[in-house]
Ligand binder design. Structure first.
Ligand code: PAF
Length: 284
């Protein structure tokens, strides 16, 4: 297990990428405070490419003015050890001024799939995500880039921008890694008090209940939404959104059809912490 290289500037990354010509490179973009979900992406990267790289950058442009940018959890030393344990050979850890130097003015806007859900609740969020991911893909020119399905809408935005901008990267979405009781792993779970951590299970319970209803033949989306909301109410979570959408276009659905790929998506506040989760919903 050797310590990964650390790159602080785009020039350092570019020089390293040029020196590896001909080798397959995987990239796992992250904001750090790594958990098993991130490590799963890195290990899968190692199966799909010869060299696995990662980025750790708390991207300011994807946070709204009232969001948690300044208190977002950070652990750079621990993260480097976790990257080493997952076989990562190099980590890009730039300062915001390297990514957005003075005079910076170029942003990437993915239109339809950035609308609704987090796109509505967090204005500008996906513009920031799309911009930084485009910059990372252009810098590393990886063969494959891996992202968690936990951020389902983000995954659709990235898949779309990669296709539309003809970047030619294989975008891989990996299933959400859950704690043994079902809570989706997230760096933001570290904000939860012990009581909120228990109550946070309302999100996954609601989604699993809706999944079960659909698998049992329930087509009526209002009944699935009611099942999710009942679990949120039982733990006193404040709903930000609850939707059942087409899995790729993210258009909201009112009825499920046989063979249709749908997704249940939830955002809710436990105290002041906003959590998201989602699950595949298919009519049985
Ligand atoms: O999912 C994340 O951690 C971030 O949104 C990403 C993709 C690294 C962009 O900053």
């Amino acid at each position: 297990m050797s310590t990964p290289l650390v790159w602080k500037t785009p020039e350092e990354v570019r020089a390293w990428v040029a020196s590896q010509r001909g080798k397959r490179i995987a990239l796992v973009p992250t904001m750090g405070f790594l958990h098993d979900g991130h490590l799963t992406l890195m290990r899968e990267g190692g199966r799909r490419a010869e060299l696995v790289t990662a980025s750790i950058f708390v991207n300011p442009t994807q946070f709204g003015p009232k969001e948690d940018l300044s208190r977002y959890p950070r652990d750079p030393e621990g993260d480097l050890k976790r990257c080493a344990s997952a076989g990562v050979v190099g980590v890009y850890m730039p300062e915001p001024s390297s990514v957005y130097p003075s005079g910076y003015q170029t942003y990437v806007n993915v239109e339809e799939v950035s609308q609704g859900l987090d796109g509505d609740k967090r204005p500008g969020h996906f513009r920031g995500v799309a911009t930084v991911v485009t910059k990372l893909l252009a810098l590393f020119r990886p063969d494959v880039a891996l992202f968690g399905e936990k951020d389902w809408q983000q995954l659709q935005v990235i898949t779309r921008l990669n296709a539309d901008l003809e970047l030619g990267v294989e975008i891989v979405g990996m299933p959400t890694i859950r704690e043994s009781d079902g809570l989706a792993m997230s760096s933001r779970n570290s904000y939860l008090s012990a009581d909120e951590r228990k109550r946070a299970l309302g999100l996954s319970r609601g989604l699993f209940a809706a999944q079960k209803l659909a698998a049992g033949g329930e087509k009526d989306v209002s009944k699935l939404l009611a099942a999710i909301r009942a679990e949120l109410a039982a733990v006193n979570a404040r709903e930000d959104y609850v939707e059942i959408c087409d899995a790729s276009s993210l258009k909201t659905l009112s009825t499920l059809s046989p063979g249709q790929r749908a997704r249940g998506l939830v955002a809710a506040f436990m105290g002041s912490t906003r959590l998201i989760d989602n699950l595949a919903i298919e009519l049985g």
